[in-house]
Design a protein around this ligand. Structure first.
Ligand SMILES: [Zn+2]
Length: 71
């Protein structure tokens, strides 16, 4: 009687991270998470450290591009 229930959980709800706004979400490796697993060959997923996204600096939001001619 063991009926398997497959519940699809995406990475956002799995980690409790609010879904990012597609207009402001970081387009770097973090995909809006602010950090991403630094996967290396030979390292298991459980031992893979999360590193801060260099693009957004951990905010998960796409950095605001300012005009270089401003100011
Ligand atoms: Zn990022």
């Amino acid at each position: 009687m063991s009926e398997k229930t497959v519940v699809f959980v995406d990475r956002y709800s799995a980690t409790g991270t609010p879904r990012p706004n597609p207009r402001t979400v970081c387009k770097g490796r973090c995909e809006g998470m602010g950090c991403y697993p630094d996967m290396k060959p030979g390292v298991s997923a459980a031992d893979t450290p999360f590193v801060k996204c260099e693009r957004c600096g951990g905010t998960g939001k796409e950095p605001v591009v300012r005009s270089s001619s401003a100011k």
